[in-house]
Write a protein that binds this ligand. Structure first.
Ligand SMILES: [Zn+2]
Length: 452
């Protein structure tokens, strides 16, 4: 039999083996270096401490065994975020923004500790339809230099990038784990706390008592927790919309519509869906995303935009008196503050493209081309270079066109999958074009310097 100390050291070797095993996968261009550095650093620290222990240091052995267990769980999670397990180009684009947003800005200024304070994000596919979530690194981990956040998407939806727009919500949960951002985001969303049932626990209990009397007793013991959770979920929804754009609202409507078609279910973890829809609608309108497109764009684009907005706003506004409970002025105030906050961070908010750009990208999808706005003029190829969130926006618009008419007979029934595939390809292509331009401009600068 092994003594606890011997087994702890054995497990350190086992975890090292796990980490080496995980290295055999390709994790994408920005890949795995920082993650493996972080894991090795944690493992070395645990192994170093474990070697100094005796079997009588029971408390310490327990502590390091827990740390080790957390580390191996983390490695197992990350192992499932390798290429092939989710749309890597989408993941890279989202991770880049999320890591920049959650970076420790004070540390950033000191170049000697560059990247030291940045959390790392990984996206993995696991579980069923309700699997979307952000997972925090362990609170207990004293040995970590960088936090590792994992974002989970359902396995069955791993290639459905249009639905992955909901991950904007999970990025907000991760941002709320950073103390400075937590404060800034809550200040931006402060007016949401003035929605009458959310002002205090008694008001919420009163509202639940009216909406569904039989739930009042069940919710009473934890009502303050419920109130805080609902507020945070609304804040994450608003962030998701401002950050990811119209695609966020469409993905939320699609996902939530399946789990609760009426939108009136009362659950301790999230506010009723109709509340969420109403808040998103007010914000969407305040951002001007519902404005009809100018007559200069083609009819298909105008009709698609109109149908898309109509579908987004198609729910029972008067269910549970939602249209009076969720006040427009409070939502507008939070939307403006959140947009300003994301703007101040360096353009994190969604930038709606020009109507003509939308038209061009939509025409790409209608011709079954990835929507990157390619044109050939006087022998030169040009691209519109859309942001990945704009590609998702156009993908959702395409769902409101008759794209199925031009699909081959055997895939007519599944236009959604085709549109998703085209959008995924567009994000990959756009990334490749950007990278090759950066490489070319780097070479040109090098030649200019050499020639100077
Ligand atoms: Zn949430």
């Amino acid at each position: 039999m092994l003594s606890p100390r011997e087994f702890l050291l054995q497990e350190c070797r086992n975890v090292e083996e796990l980490l080496r095993d995980a290295l055999r996968y390709d994790y994408g261009p920005t890949g795995s270096r920082f993650f493996f550095e972080e894991c090795y650093s944690r493992l070395q620290a645990i192994t170093g401490f474990a070697k100094t222990l005796t079997d009588f240091n029971r408390k310490e052995i327990r502590f390091y065994a827990r740390e080790l267990s957390h580390l191996s769980r983390l490695i197992a999670q990350i192992e499932r975020s390798h290429i092939g397990e989710f749309p890597w180009a989408f993941g890279e684009s989202l991770k880049k923004l999320a890591e920049r947003l959650c970076a420790d800005r004070d540390l950033d200024k000191g170049t000697q500790i560059k990247k030291a304070g940045h959390p790392l994000f990984f996206i993995m596919a696991e579980g069923g339809l309700s699997a979307f979530e952000a997972r925090k690194d362990s609170n207990r981990t004293r040995l970590c230099k960088r936090q590792v956040f994992t974002i989970v998407v359902p396995r069955s939806l791993k290639h459905h990038v249009l639905l992955h727009a909901v991950l904007g919500h999970e990025v907000c949960h991760a941002a709320l784990w950073r103390s400075k951002l937590h404060e800034q985001l809550n200040v931006a969303g402060v007016s949401l706390g003035k929605i009458t049932p959310l002002t205090n626990s008694q008001e919420l209990l009163k509202w639940i008592g009216k909406a569904c009397p039989k739930l009042e007793a069940q919710f009473k013991p934890t009502i303050e927790d419920v109130r805080r959770r609902w507020l945070q979920e609304l804040l994450c929804d608003l962030f998701g919309l401002v950050f990811m754009g119209p695609a966020y609202f469409a993905a939320v409507r699609t996902m939530l519509g399946l789990s609760d078609p009426t939108g009136e279910h009362i659950d301790p973890s999230h506010p009723p869906h109709v509340w969420r829809y109403q808040m998103l609608e007010y914000a969407y309108r305040d951002l001007g995303w519902d404005n009809s497109l100018p007559k200069s764009v083609n009819n298909d684009t105008q009709v698609a935009a109109l149908r898309f907005n109509t579908a987004l706003f198609d729910y029972n506004h008067s269910a549970m008196c939602t249209d009076t409970v969720i006040r427009r002025d409070l939502v507008v105030s939070a939307t403006k503050k959140l947009s300003k906050l994301l703007e101040d961070f360096g353009g994190f908010g969604y930038d709606k493209p020009e109507a003509k750009t939308l038209e061009h990208l939509l025409s790409d999808i209608q011709a079954l081309r990835p929507p990157i706005g390619q044109t050939v003029k006087t022998g030169k190829i040009k691209f519109l270079r859309p942001d990945f969130r704009q590609i998702l926006h156009v993908g959702w618009l395409a769902c409101h066109t008759k794209v199925d008419k031009i699909l081959p007979q055997d895939s007519k029934h599944d236009a959604f999958t085709t549109i998703n595939r085209l959008c995924e390809q567009a994000i990959i292509q756009e990334r490749a074009i950007r990278k090759s331009r950066i490489r070319r401009s780097g070479k040109k600068k090098g030649r200019d310097r050499a020639g100077a």
